[in-house]
Every structure is written in structure tokens, then in C-alpha cells.
Ligand binder design. Structure first.
Ligand SMILES: [Zn+2]
Length: 247
């Protein structure tokens, strides 16, 4: 556990569905004691509390429309101004587009953190091999009787397509079909390409090979964050100014 006063700064997690983003976000939260900010959770919370932003979002979603960026910005800004975000936070699922990243950049620079140089937000890109990801997802099978999970490529049952425990024929979810998954992956690639480019141009993108055992991936992520934090502290000492914080 990091010292509760050390500045971690914003950490942004990028990665396709199935790359383990949620798990790594929780690991970061646990180790560094900073909150995880998920826009899905924020929206649900505003709707449940019946805030002005929540009511507006609810009406839009009830019409089957996407919540517009402007409304999302209000919700995210509101959350990032909370005292528990002062040391830093993990963003999961936001920004999704280069436009959102531009807004975040401006907001952080204006209100919360020194936004350039070594204290800039850290962007961790979980990189997976698509062949492997496809095997992980399309190989999933489950037993309808006992609920046990298998993967016909990576963790096969002893007898083909039958549950080890009760011999029930295994089933797979329709959205684990190869076409569906390939569609999801290419939609993700298409949407996030400009976002990835945006962060790469700013020199903030740190690729992490996520095709390894979970503890190895986590260890690398912690190493990158610790390193980033040290560089930021060093820069702050040199200029004699602490990383900027809101009051
Ligand atoms: Zn079973």
C-alpha cells in the first residue's frame, strides 16, 4: 500500500473487451488507495439520487438515445472534484473518443493536476493478441446443470463438450460466437484508434502486454505507476513546487 499522502495522479486504462481492464483497475485501487471512476456507475448513481444531471440523463436514455458528451462532462467533472480524487484516480471506460480526451485534458489542466511533463496523466494500454483473445472468448463453455466454466482450448473438459462433474453437454452463449466477438473487437478498434493516436502523439501511452498470467501483468502495471510517480515527485522537487492540487 502506498503512503496515503503520495500523489499518484490520473491513471487512464485502455483495452479491448476481455483484456482484463476491470480486474486491473480494482488492483490499482487496492494498492494505491485511489478511487476507480467508471462513467457507467456515475450515471447510475446520478439517476438513483435524482440529481439534475441524473434526471436529464434518464430522460435521454428513456428515449433510447446516447447520453451526449456535454452531459457526461458535467457528471465526470462533478466526480473528479470530490476530495477523494485529489491524490489521483483510475478512469475506466472514459475517455472513449479523442474529443472526450481533449476535454479531460483541458479540465485536468485547469482544475486539478499539472497537465504537462512528468506529472501528466498516465495512459496504460492493455495490449492483447487478437488470436489469443478470440480463443479465450470463443472457447468459453458452461455447464447448464452445475454452472461450471470451461474453455475448450485452454481449459477443456476431460471428455469433449461434456461436464466433468455431471456429464451434461456443455453450452455456449450466443454472443460468444466468433462473428459476434470479431464484430465487438473491430468496433472497439475503430472507435478507439483516434483516442490511442491522441495519447501516443502526446507521448503518454504506455503499452502493457496483457497476454500473460494476471500477476505478471499486475506487477508490470504497478512498476509503471511507481516509476511515473517517482519522476513526477523528482520534477516537483526540482522546480520547488508540489504537483498542483485543488482545495
Ligand atoms: Zn456440470
Amino acid at each position: 500500500m502506498a503512503d496515503e499522502t503520495t500523489q499518484i495522479g490520473p491513471v487512464i486504462l485502455l483495452g479491448p473487451p476481455g483484456a482484463g481492464k476491470g480486474t486491473q483497475a480494482r488492483n490499482i485501487v487496492e494498492r494505491y488507495g485511489i478511487p476507480q471512476i467508471s462513467t457507467g456507475d456515475l450515471l447510475r448513481d446520478h439517476v438513483a439520487r435524482g440529481t439534475a444531471l441524473g434526471l436529464e440523463a434518464k430522460a435521454i436514455m428513456a428515449r433510447g438515445e446516447l447520453v451526449p458528451d456535454k452531459l457526461m462532462y458535467g457528471i465526470v467533472a462533478d466526480r473528479l472534484r470530490a476530495p477523494d480524487c485529489r491524490r489521483g484516480f483510475v478512469l475506466d471506460g472514459f475517455p472513449r473518443t479523442a474529443a472526450q480526451a481533449g476535454w479531460l485534458n483541458a479540465f485536468l489542466g485547469k482544475e486539478l493536476f499539472d497537465n504537462s511533463g512528468p506529472c501528466a496523466p498516465l495512459v496504460l494500454q492493455l495490449v492483447v493478441d487478437y488470436g489469443g483473445l478470440l480463443l479465450r472468448l470463443t472457447g468459453r463453455r458452461s455447464c447448464p446443470t452445475c454452472g461450471r466454466l470451461y474453455n475448450i482450448y485452454l481449459q477443456p473438459p476431460r471428455v469433449d463438450e461434456l461436464c466433468d462433474v455431471d456429464g451434461t453437454p456443455l453450452i455456449f452463449r450466443d454472443d460468444d460466437r466468433e462473428e459476434v466477438i470479431q464484430g465487438r473487437i473491430s468496433a472497439y478498434e475503430r472507435q478507439t484508434k483516434p483516442l490511442v493516436e491522441y495519447f501516443r502523439e502526446q507521448g503518454r501511452l504506455v503499452p502493457v502486454n496483457a497476454d500473460r498470467e494476471l500477476p505478471q501483468v499486475t506487477a508490470e502495471i504497478f512498476g509503471v505507476i511507481d516509476d511515473h510517480r517517482k519522476k513526477c515527485e523528482l520534477a516537483a522537487m526540482k522546480t520547488g513546487s508540489a504537483p498542483r492540487q485543488s482545495n
